[in-house]
Design a binder for this molecule. Structure first.
Ligand code: FES
Length: 181
């Protein structure tokens, strides 16, 4: 399907966020990621987002201990690092399923039926918004506008965008992912 990129403005620089490779369970030592990013961006606050993104890309969420490691490495307070990590939708601080479904909750998708899509997904997966299936395969979440407003309702599964959803289409997509290993 489509690649999804989310642009955000942070410290006067534009950062391209993507949840690419969320299902890659390589788990590099967090200090390796921190050192790589510090080498590239310097030991300044501007390295914070690239470090957090790097950790999430590696193993899909950031633990409290890792946040403290980041704070120590950049000489920032734990509260500042935690605040940044929890502010951005795509920087997760809790373990997620292998496939993270994010349904757009913003106005155009709301008007074009995102609630029906969410109910369909909840029924199909047997979980509520914010929950992960017992087999850890799917997490269901909402997210803000993904820039596909003219083709709502829209959802992301990891870094794939699925526009113009209907309940039937949503069920078929979930079935397709369910059959993947
Ligand atoms: S409002 Fe849903 S993609 Fe923009």
């Amino acid at each position: 399907m489509y690649k999804y990129y989310f642009y955000c403005y942070f410290n006067n620089i534009v950062i391209r966020l993507t949840n690419n490779n969320l299902n890659r369970i390589k788990m590099t030592d967090v200090n390796v990621i921190i050192n790589e990013k510090i080498e590239k961006f310097g030991k300044e606050r501007q390295a914070l987002m690239p470090i957090l993104q790097g950790i999430v890309a590696d193993k899909n969420y950031i633990t409290e201990d890792e946040l403290l490691e980041v704070a120590k490495a950049l000489d920032l307070s734990g509260a500042e690092v935690f605040g940044t990590a929890t502010f951005y939708t795509f920087l997760e601080v809790k373990p997620l399923g292998k496939y993270v479904i994010r349904v757009c909750k913003t106005i155009s998708c709301h008007m074009s039926g995102k609630d029906e899509i969410i109910h369909t997904l909840e029924n199909t997966l047997g979980i509520k918004l914010g929950e992960t299936t017992p087999d850890k395969k799917f997490t269901l979440k909402q997210a803000n506008c993904m820039g596909w407003c003219h083709k709502g309702p829209v959802m992301l599964i990891n870094d794939e965008v699925y526009p113009e959803l209907t309940p039937e289409k949503a069920i078929a997509i979930i079935q397709e992912y369910s059959s993947k290993k």
